[in-house]
Write a protein that binds this ligand. Structure first.
Ligand code: SAM
Length: 196
């Protein structure tokens, strides 16, 4: 935890129905090139705003590994997963982005939704993403634009420029780096992870 960590006591903000208007999970999922049967790690999954749509998109033969530092966040997601018609292909893992509780080569996609700016050690996080991904696996970083003012979102001085995130991935061995704005306030950077 650091002073940028989004606290579980604020979790209601992640579930605010207004959020669907300015950040549609479908718009984000469209950039992930998900296919039936894929395995996806959602790092900093929170209450499952993206985890659950991803789980539906990859179908029963796929699996989402939802990781979060705060067990309280995972408890909130667990409640949602107990509802009728909730997807059954999500596993919850309490853990830290820089030492993930996941097996090497166990996912095709590693998603960081609104968490990258909260991390202290991006290089360690990227190394972990490469470790848990299959060769040629994808990384997707969704985060807040710094050229739009809060609220909503973290203070401006916590935000990371889209180009800096894209350049970070390029200089650290990622390929096919793409960047774009998404929703009203966000951007998404996608890339192929470096081989381990
Ligand atoms: C702003 S919330 C985003 C939740 C979700 N991805 C979404 O967009 O609705 C960020 C989440 O990342 C988690 N987080 C922050 N730092 C983390 C770390 N180092 N390792 C794992 N999870 C972390 C927080 O606990 C929080 O649940």
């Amino acid at each position: 935890m650091n002073d940028r960590t989004f606290k579980h006591t604020e979790a209601h903000k992640l579930e605010d129905p207004e959020r669907l208007k300015w950040l549609s999970p479908a718009d984000v999922l469209a950039r992930l090139e998900l296919r039936e049967g894929m395995r996806v790690a959602d790092i900093g999954a929170g209450t499952g705003y993206f985890t659950i749509p991803v789980a539906r998109a990859i179908g029963a033969s796929g699996r989402v590994f939802a990781v979060d530092l705060q067990s309280e966040m995972l408890d909130l997601m667990r409640e949602k997963l107990e509802e009728p018609n909730a997807p059954g292909n999500i596993s919850l893992h309490q853990g830290e982005a820089t030492s993930l509780p996941l097996q090497p080569g166990s996912v095709e996609v590693v998603l960081y939704a609104n968490i990258w700016h909260e991390l202290d050690d991006h290089l360690a996080a990227l190394r972990e993403a490469s470790r848990i991904a299959v060769p040629g696996g994808a990384i997707a970083i969704l985060d807040w634009r710094e050229d739009v003012s809060p609220p909503p979102g973290p203070p401006q001085d916590h935000r990371l420029p889209m180009d800096a995130v894209a350049n970070f991935l390029s200089v650290n061995g990622c390929g096919s780096v793409l960047r774009d704005t998404v929703g009203q306030f966000g951007y998404i950077v996608t890339a192929r992870l470096p081989l381990r």
